[in-house]
Design a protein around this ligand. Structure first.
Ligand code: UTP
Length: 294
């Protein structure tokens, strides 16, 4: 019945400099930092595939080739493992159908909005998803699958949101909420406005954008003329704000856990939380954590 175009493409902006993790991220991309045994980018790609999205667009920059290599065939490694009778199953998540991974280059990290705009020729005239891989979203189903479900109900543009304590709002994009609690699972909120990194007293709510988006291709036209915003960067939030009123714009409250792995403490929290959930290590890690806490 629905004439909505399906979401087939996902953009992963991975050209940022990761300054909060220096010196670890001097030669290694932030997105390759592992939570246990999988790099952050792997969790994001898994989440995209679970949502039925298989065309992956990486916006990369200097020093980011390891991300692309992670999804390449490692011929020598595989030959050696096979020779030694080691299972290759562990490499399965890194396999991409030939042609389904495209990279574009953001020559200078001018901001998230600019990074997305760099993918305009590959995105073309289709709605598309965006994943910020340093935001780790753990849920069943995953965050993007929940968003695609919402998209199938209301179409237009969608962002994933969550509540944070009021003293944290100025680090994020914040929404001005309208009607709340409708759509699939009551998870939808109408978005009336968006502001990037507001002062605490100017923030329209404590609902922040949390690293997952489904956007209509028109955002590329807006980004083309988008000037610098907060932090002197070309902000995606500012471009999205201009689309409100012209196209449907909703927020989806994610039913699940989100870890801000762009921050050091968020990264530690994610590592511990995931270790405590994994059957292969949870007992040992729990005992270890209790011992450390005395
Ligand atoms: P962040 O601001 O969290 O990432 O951008 P960063 O700049 O890499 O990290 P810090 O703040 O210096 O520690 C959010 C996402 O947008 C991408 C980043 O790679 C990250 O996935 N990004 C940001 C770009 O691709 N290009 C940019 O110009 C800016």
């Amino acid at each position: 019945m629905s004439a909505r175009k399906p979401i087939r493409k996902a953009v992963f902006p991975v050209a940022g400099m990761g300054t909060r993790f220096l010196p670890a991220t001097k030669a290694i991309p932030k997105e390759m930092l592992p939570i246990i045994d999988r790099p952050l980018i792997q969790y994001a790609v898994d989440e995209a595939r679970e949502a039925g999205i298989d065309q992956l667009i990486f916006v990369t920059g200097r020093g980011k080739t390891a991300i692309v290599e992670h999804f390449d065939t490692a011929f020598e490694l595989e030959a050696t493992m096979t020779e030694r009778d080691k299972s290759l199953d562990v490499l399965e998540p890194t396999r991409i159908l030939p042609g389904n991974l495209v990279t574009v280059r953001q020559q200078v990290p001018l901001g998230l909005g600019h990074a997305i705009w760099c993918a305009r020729a590959i995105v073309g005239d289709e709605p598309f998803a965006i994943f910020l891989p340093d935001e780790l979203m753990i849920g069943q189903p995953g965050c993007m699958k929940q968003m695609v479900e919402a998209y199938n109900a209301v179409g237009g543009n969608l962002i994933s949101v969550l509540e944070v304590p009021e003293n944290e709002v100025s680090s994020y994009g914040v929404i001005d909420p309208g009607q709340r609690g409708f759509g699939p699972g009551g998870a939808l909120t109408e978005v009336r406005g968006l502001v990037e990194k507001p002062k605490r007293e100017d923030a329209p709510s404590n609902l922040i954008i949390s690293g997952r988006y489904i956007l209509q291709p028109e955002v590329m036209r807006v980004l083309e003329h988008q000037g610098k915003g907060a932090g002197g960067e070309i902000q995606l939030t500012d471009a999205m704000a201009q689309m409100i009123g012209q196209q449907p714009f909703h927020a989806v409250t994610f039913a699940g856990k989100r870890y801000d792995c762009g921050s050091k403490t968020g990264f530690v929290e994610a590592t511990l939380a995931i270790a405590l959930e994994r059957e292969d290590m949870r007992d040992e890690v729990r005992a270890m954590a209790l011992r450390l806490l005395g």
